[in-house]
Write a new protein. Structure first.
Lengths: 275, 531
């Protein structure tokens, strides 16, 4: 969620159970401003918290000119000193998915090791291979995956300008309450994957400037998102059941929206059993 | 000459009249005509006298055309649409009414209502909570609950369980005494249901037996059902009430049975938010979502309700039974001085469980199912010592009450608890926070003499990498093949003949038993020779 609106939006997502200490909140207000100045971001968001066994990581995200592509992630233990995370590349994602198991430790230099069995050539010989990765890489990859699979925006909140840059839509006035109660008014904030598979008939009805992202209703399994009104039915809350802890909020008829992840950074693989 | 001029004038008049009628012809598309339009336009220019009218002439023309369509009064009106927020606000208004018959004397008596504002403040320091306004609404809703039920001894906010369609706010209540109508009405309701079901089954059976012959009766006896613990003991010590939003009525959850706990340990399901929705799972859950919710609440309470060591101590009335019966009662220790926060954060042995552990059987106190009904009158302790049969089930023993957390087992390579201090900058006034890694969402805080537990989460245990549902049981073994049941080939005619002759000989032999043996032998030999 935007650093400027942090002091009131944290109350709106408090229904999920995790809130920030007053001390952390005030520390974030100060340090995120300093961060924005130092790294020359357009906007700084407080992305969330990943809870490790010994320590928790506070994650911030800085956005550049293109909101979709220019993203930089930073982590901190005390909301004051921030460290830049490397961008997640495909070989890094593969390495982390092979090596890292269990929960986050809370120590950025912790090394995960895993021996996997690999077949050598055509024979039946099996070779053991040791795969290693550090917790920093795991953190970068986890944040990337969570953003990829569960970051949400209401339809119309971001527009694509003629240069192809995705920017905040300053004329967005919020969804109406009836629109907000339907899951198909929300889009994934990532490079579209299912949009290209739509038929030409469906594509012709879409508006090029705001409908350039995937719909949430195209997600499999169908019950992955839980849509509720909370806080005396004033705020619309979307919770992702695949990444438990991801909460998106939107106040209908106002432009306030945002998402935050507070959880242990582990994908919920049992989702199909649990629905 | 005048005629010529008149004629040309007439022609001009005629052509101008024709042109005027042409101008006044209504357009087919818009039902307007050019004459009226130009009239209106020039009148507008006359009225407004704009500068450079010739440059904005087209815009003026458009404005005049547009002006014809505006209707000053909108004939259609929107129905006032009640939003969800307005509906809830009507119900939550009742939270804020003050009862007029409360006397001021009640303030002196200890109220079972907890001070949620204070708890909310400490929880906020710990980083847990539901937001200030929501906590305030829950506070008022708990007050309504306490006022509506007169026999409450203790009331506590247990926490919040998130569901896919709506959430549950759970309150834990301990009643003063259990011989009241609550228990009876529960039992009566259950008995009525059982009777109704049985009478239906009997009727069905009667109709079937009238039509067909008696089918062979099955000798299968299902394994004995573990009886549920009586109200006020073990996992049924407290009664839980849930509501969807503060302000909506509180619903009482049914008491939990050991079978429900055993199945709840094997399944993994999200809550939907409706208490009557069925749970489709394998193994099949005996009950609906209300029962599943109650079972999970029981498991979470047994696993994560902790207190600083010394806050509770075992009552001193136990006497000789301490060795055999598990301790199930504790009292608040009046001499508790509070443990400094730094010690609470450093070592887990300063925290103890104050809720009994649930055994594998599904109950807190083990019951021996193999005991015959006659021997039930003995105390369980004596029965275990005297019976020495080899197939006696071993009694399950759990850790006794008030065991420190340092003895909790580590599962899936993660320690079961994480401790933290709420603030490193102002540690003199900080709060010690304990977070469970087995039940994500369970928190406990302690600060001086105050402590509290809360659970805000999805109601699911951490099961390591992945959940694999239990496999179906192996198929039943076939009956043992005894010679009576095995098929044999039918004997051929020759074999039957031989058998018949042998039988005749045997029948003939006893008749001559009265004769001497020699004669029998001779006769037998003779008969054999004859064949």
């Amino acid at each position: 969620m935007d650093a400027d609106s942090l002091h009131y939006s944290l109350e709106l997502v408090a229904g999920s159970g995790n809130i920030l200490n007053t001390e952390h909140r005030t520390a974030l207000q100060t340090s995120l401003l300093i961060l924005r100045k130092n790294y020359k971001f357009n906007r700084v968001l407080f992305w969330g918290k990943i809870m490790g066994i010994k320590e928790d990581y506070f994650i911030a995200q800085g956005r550049g000119d293109d909101e979709l592509k220019d993203k930089k992630n930073l982590y901190s233990f005390n909301c004051m000193d921030w460290f830049l995370l490397p961008p997640a590349t495909i070989p890094m994602i593969e390495e982390v998915s092979k090596a890292a198991t269990g929960r986050f430790m809370g120590d950025a230099s912790h090394v995960y090791e895993n021996t996997i069995l690999k077949k050598v050539g055509d024979e039946d010989e099996v070779e053991e291979e040791l795969v290693k990765t550090t917790e920093e890489h795991r953190l970068a990859v986890t944040i990337h995956l969570i953003d990829d699979e569960s970051s949400v925006i209401p339809r119309g909140a971001f527009i694509k300008n003629p240069h192809g840059f995705v920017q905040v839509n300053r004329c967005f006035e919020g969804l109406t309450e009836s629109q907000a109660a339907k899951l198909d008014s929300f889009l994934h904030f990532r490079d579209p994957k299912t949009l290209k598979k739509k038929s030409l008939l469906e594509l012709s009805e879409l508006n090029q400037t705001i409908d350039f992202l995937d719909l949430l209703t195209d997600d499999v399994p169908k019950g992955m998102w839980s849509l509720q009104f909370e806080n005396a039915n004033k705020v619309l809350i979307l919770r992702c059941l695949l990444w438990l802890g991801m909460t998106f909020y939107h106040v209908p008829m106002t432009p306030q929206h945002g998402y935050i992840y507070i959880g242990d950074g582990v994908r919920n693989l049992d989702l199909s059993f649990m629905l | 000459m005048d005629e010529h001029r008149d004629r040309s004038g007439d022609k001009m008049l005629k052509s101008s009249a024709a042109f005027k009628t042409f101008l006044m012809k209504n357009s087919q598309k818009s039902n307007m005509n050019l004459y009226d339009h130009l009239t209106r336009l020039l009148l507008k220019v006359m009225d407004e006298q704009p500068n450079d009218a010739v440059d904005i002439f087209e815009d003026l023309s458009y404005d005049v055309k547009r002006g014809l369509f505006e209707d000053t009064k909108n004939r259609l009106r929107d129905l006032p649409h009640t939003t969800l927020a307005e509906l809830l606000a009507e119900q939550q208004r009742l939270l804020f009414t003050q009862q007029e018959d409360t006397e001021h004397e009640d303030e002196l008596v200890e109220s079972p209502l907890p001070n949620i504002n204070e708890i909310g403040f400490y929880l906020e320091q710990a980083g847990v909570g539901l937001g200030r306004e929501e906590m305030q609404r829950i506070f008022l809703a708990l007050k309504q609950l306490v006022d509506s039920q007169p026999l409450i001894l203790h009331c506590r906010l247990w926490g919040k369980i998130l569901g896919t369609q709506s959430n549950y706010i759970v309150a834990e209540v301990e009643f003063k005494d259990w011989d009241n109508e609550n228990e009876k009405s529960d039992q009566a309701a259950e008995e009525e249901q059982n009777e109704a079901r049985e009478s239906e089954e009997n009727e069905v059976k009667k109709t079937i037996t009238l039509v067909m012959d008696q089918l062979p009766q099955s000798t299968y006896k299902p394994p004995p059902v573990v009886p549920k613990e009586p109200m006020g003991t073990g996992s049924n010590k407290n009664v839980y009430y849930v509501c969807k939003e503060p302000g909506l009525p509180w619903v009482k959850l049914p008491s939990v049975t050991p079978a429900q706990i055993t199945v709840a340990r094997q399944i993994r399901k999200f809550f939907t938010g409706r208490l009557d929705s069925p749970i489709k799972s394998y193994p099949p859950f005996p009950g609906n979502e209300a029962n599943y919710l109650r079972a999970q609440i029981a498991r979470i309470s047994a696993g994560t309700h902790v207190s600083p060591q010394g806050f509770f101590h075992v009552g001193e009335e136990e006497g000789e039974e301490e060795d055999e019966a598990p301790r199930d009662s504790y009292e608040v220790n009046p001499d508790f001085d509070g443990v400094p926060v730094s010690e609470m954060v450093l070592s887990l042995s300063m925290w103890v469980h104050h809720v009994q552990h649930i055994l594998k059987q599904g109950r807190c106190s083990w019951i021996n199912l193999a005991v015959k009904p006659e021997e039930d009158q003995n105390e369980e302790g004596e029965a275990e010592e005297t019976e020495e049969e080899p197939d006696e089930p071993e009694p399950e023993v759990g850790p006794p009450l008030l065991t420190p957390l340092s003895q909790d087992a580590e599962m899936f390579n993660t320690p079961p608890w994480s401790t933290k201090i709420s603030s490193t900058l102002t540690s003199q006034h900080a709060v010690a926070v304990l977070r469970s890694n087995l039940w994500p969402g369970a928190y406990a805080y302690a600060c001086g003499k105050k402590f509290e537990n809360i659970y805000i989460g999805w109601g699911l245990k951490y099961t390591g990498q992945g959940y694999s549902p239990p496999l179906p049981p192996p198929p039943q073994k076939e009956y043992p093949s005894e010679p009576e049941v095995t098929e044999a080939l039918d004997p051929t005619v020759e074999e039957e003949q031989v058998l018949e002759d042998a039988l005749e000989e045997q029948q003939a032999a006893p008749e001559e038993m009265e004769n001497t043996d020699e004669e029998e032998e001779e006769e037998e030999e003779q008969e054999l020779d004859n064949d």
